[in-house]
Design a protein around this ligand. Structure first.
Ligand code: UD1
Ligand code: UDP
Length: 373
């Protein structure tokens, strides 16, 4: 029996780690599973935990209204260390590239506990894009012992950094597991405003929250949305806004009262993916959406300079366009007006997984332990 501690703290980590936690818990004879939440996010994390009915064993509850990277890193490091000393796990699992991910992996390393990194090997090769995620994931991969990658290109990135190939497991991304679990559920909307949308119009789903987009880039994105809605009367824009005060205040100020633009709070994951499924187009700076939308056949315009997820770009459903106002308007207008351009991008591709990633991760962990003992 091996004790596995899963540590996560933000919305996307919860969405992508819960399939792993569920699968570990199904294997009760082989694994004792503990869940530690850093709660780097509070409300957005709780939404996901409640939806999937997962209970945590520990909750560090660290989120503050304004929190900087140093605060998150040190709080997580110190508080996780205490729990690891008490629990003495055989392995810690972390996910992705948040500051929770990196600090938890560092704490595990200090306690000499092997680290399994779910969604390892993503690289943009640009230190400040996305910031701080590119460095968080690189550091986590330095601290790691086994690596679950979603694509062969992520595997290649790790090999270039001299990670041993026997420690890399190609599993696919658990985001597709979560998506499949959720799309099976009922299709109505919990959020009343979303339920009342006119779905005969073309829905553009927008999310933007990244640190490197705070300030001018986010303002430009908002001005572009305003221009798009003024130019196209067959369109409705829905932007579930991240609760970070910097993001929320900017969005509210520029597009809070524009007809046809719906600013909502963070949507329940079920509402969000069902809305994405009914949308025409996605505009986002998120990482997870670049994986979910292509599998639903939705074109994505990425509001970033670079992406660490080149597979869907290569497949033609995702285009990286940056945050220049005129370019956003131009690219979105092209997809709204030209059926040929739209149909060229609208194809369901699934480079990131088949919904069985969590099962493969558990199988790989078993193999790892059989090998090491
Ligand atoms: C974090 C991650 C980012 C990830 C994103 C997913 C870091 C440095 N950043 O960014 O990689 O893509 O989560 O969403 O790890 N807040 C709330 N309620 C919540 C969540 C956040 O009010 O449920 C507000 C708080 O004011 C908080 C702020 O948002 O201080 C920023 O949260 P933080 O986790 O520091 O950064 P994110 O931009 O969410
Ligand atoms: N999401 C959600 N509700 C929302 C917006 C996003 O449930 O209102 C989900 C989305 O489906 C995806 C994840 O949250 O799985 C993406 O989170 P975010 O954009 O915050 O983080 P990133 O993917 O950029 O790390």
């Amino acid at each position: 029996m091996k004790k596995i501690v899963c540590i996560f703290g933000t919305r996307p980590e919860a969405i992508k780690m819960i399939p792993v936690v569920s699968e570990l818990k199904k294997n009760r004879k082989a694994f004792k599973t503990k869940v530690i939440l850093t709660a780097q996010h509070r409300g957005m994390l709780d939404q996901v935990m409640d939806l999937f009915k997962v209970k945590a064993d520990y909750d560090l509850n660290i989120m503050k209204r304004t929190q900087n990277l140093e605060y998150i890193t040190t709080e997580v490091l110190i508080k996780i260390q205490e729990i690891l000393r008490k629990e003495k796990p055989d392995m810690v699992l972390v996910h992705g590239d948040t500051t929770t991910t990196f600090a938890a992996a560092l704490a595990a390393f200090y306690e000499k506990v092997p680290v399994g990194h779910v969604e390892a090997g993503l690289r943009s090769y640009d230190k400040f894009n996305p910031y701080p995620e590119e460095i968080n994931r690189k550091l986590t991969d330095v601290l790691g012992d086994l690596y679950f990658v979603h694509t062969v290109s992520a595997r290649r990135n790790l090999l270039k950094e001299n990670v041993k190939s026997r420690n890399i497991y190609l599993t696919g991304n658990t985001v597709i597991d979560a998506l499949k679990m959720t799309l099976r559920k009922k299709q109505g909307f919990i959020n009343k405003e979303i339920g009342k949308l006119n779905f005969k119009k073309k829905i553009i789903l927008v999310t933007a929250h990244r640190r490197e987009n705070w300030g001018k880039p986010l303002k430009d994105i908002c001005f572009a949305l305003k221009e798009i809605i003024q130019k196209h009367d067959d369109v409705e824009i829905v932007y579930p806004v991240h609760p970070n005060p910097d993001v929320k205040n900017t969005a509210k100020k520029i597009i809070g009262k524009i007809r046809g633009i719906h600013l909502t709070g963070p949507l329940d994951y079920t509402d969000f993916v069902n809305l994405m499924n009914k949308s025409y187009l996605v505009l986002t700076d998120s990482g997870g959406l670049q994986e979910e939308a292509p599998s639903l056949g939705k074109p994505v315009l990425v509001l970033r300079k670079v992406t660490e997820r080149p597979e869907a770009v290569r497949a033609g459903t995702v285009k990286v366009i940056g945050t220049d106002r005129a370019r956003i308007v131009r690219e979105a207008s092209k997809l709204l007006s030209s059926r040929t351009a739209y149909m060229k991008m609208k194809k369901a591709v699934n480079p990131y997984g088949d919904g069985k990633a969590a099962k493969r991760i558990i199988k790989s962990i078993r193999r790892y332990f059989n090998r090491s003992y």
